[in-house]
Every structure is written in C-alpha cells, then in structure tokens.
Ligand binder design. Structure first.
Ligand code: G4P
Length: 190
C-alpha cells in the first residue's frame, strides 16, 4: 500500500537491520486517518470471505484491527496478555514466546466471545517471527472457529513469520513488506 510505504519512508526509523520504529504513527501516537484507510484496505481484500469476527493481540494490534472490524461491520475480539499462568475454566489459554522482546506471556480469550460458527480474520501491526500470530491461531482453533487469514500492516520479510504462517495453510496479507533494513535504510518488496 503506497500510502503506508510513503509514511514509513517519511516517519519510520530503521534502528538497525532488525527493528523499525513507527512510534509516531502506529505504536505510540496513532495517525487515525491512515489507520482508517489501512483498515478499509484490509476489509476490502478479505471481503466476501464470510468473516464473522476480527481478532487481534493487545496492544498495538487493536487500532488496525478495530478499523478493519468497523469497515467489515463485525465485532473485534482482543486476545489478552497475562503475565502468569492463572488456570481459568472460562478461558482458552496458550503461552507465547516473543523473540523480539525476549519474553514469555500467556495469551487468553474468553470462551464467551468465540464459537465453532466463527470465521476469524487476525489483524496485527507487525509480522516478524510469527510467534504471536501462531499463538493467536492456536487459541482461536481451541474453540473450533475457522481462520480466514492474517493481515498485518508491516511484514519484515527477512524474518520467518510469513513462511511459518503459510506452512500452516494461512493466507498472509501485508500492506507493506520490508525486504531489507539497516540504520536509516529501508527497502520494500514492490
Ligand atoms: P512475532 O510476533 O511476529 O512472532 O514477532 P515477535 O514475537 O518477535 O514480536 C514480538 C513483539 O514485537 C510484537 O509486539 C511485535 O509487534 C513487535 N515487533 C516485532 N518487530 C518489530 C519492529 O521491527 N518494530 C516494532 N515497533 N515492533 C516490532 P507485541 O509483543 O505484541 O507488543 P505490542 O506492541 O503489541 O504491545
């Protein structure tokens, strides 16, 4: 999506070959009109796929996922992070390991908000190693819901996330695909 690529070129900061900072328009301060356009683009890509719900992982996924859900006129469900393992009969739970942040956390979803009739689109801000998205899939599948695909704003294509998801049969749609980064240098897949 040209709008996002232009914004990344203008306001994104490539810290090194692995990390892109987008705090000024996605992660900390949000550009609402850009976010709305991105949500519409994702909704348009997945239209007529019978999607009943959009799901995301808190916290940075919420803004793009909400815009997508609004454009599709379906509910948004937020997969919640919890620091420790609290067993709860009313929740689906799974552990996530983040390589980027070098942490483990528990991802949870209330059984009230998902069932086997749901066809779910997962939306997130970044696709890096694909661990968060794989955990989201695992969690949603516990309810026997089906998965329509994964949409992300920014894919770091030099990391294994896309392959990991596609190997599980998941369609991956990314608005901007970065093939290479270095300090103050960003290259996109056309
Ligand atoms: P994965 O989700 O694709 O497996 O990647 P990983 O576990 O390595 O990423 C963990 C967290 O780091 C995610 O945020 C992800 O969005 C974020 N992240 C990965 N690469 C980048 C990057 O280049 N720039 C920025 N700004 N973030 C990156 P999270 O743990 O879900 O946290 P939150 O920000 O949503 O609260």
């Amino acid at each position: 999506m040209k709008l996002l690529e232009d914004k990344i070129r203008q306001d994104g900061i490539a810290v090194n070959e692995h990390i892109l900072k987008v705090d000024s328009f996605i992660n900390h301060q949000i550009d609402p009109l850009l976010m709305q356009e991105m949500g519409k683009d994702i909704a348009n890509h997945f239209q007529n796929k019978g999607i009943t719900k959009v799901a995301t992982i808190e916290s940075s996924g919420i803004a793009p996922a909400l815009m997508t859900a609004a454009a599709m006129n379906v509910p948004l469900i937020i997969l919640k992070k919890q620091p420790s393992k609290i067993l709860n009969q009313d929740l689906y739970q799974t552990v996530v390991t983040s390589f980027t942040k070098e942490t483990n956390y528990e991802l949870t979803l209330s059984k009230k908000y998902i069932n086997d009739n749901d066809h779910v689109l997962i939306v997130d801000d970044f696709l890096a190693n694909g661990e968060a998205a794989t955990a989201a899939l695992r969690l949603l599948r516990m309810s026997h819901a089906t998965i329509a695909g994964l949409a992300v704003l920014i894919e770091k294509s030099f990391q294994p996330g896309r392959d990991k998801l596609q190997n599980q049969g998941i369609e991956v749609y990314a608005l901007a695909r970065i093939s290479k980064m270095a300090e103050n240098y960003i290259e996109f897949i056309p």
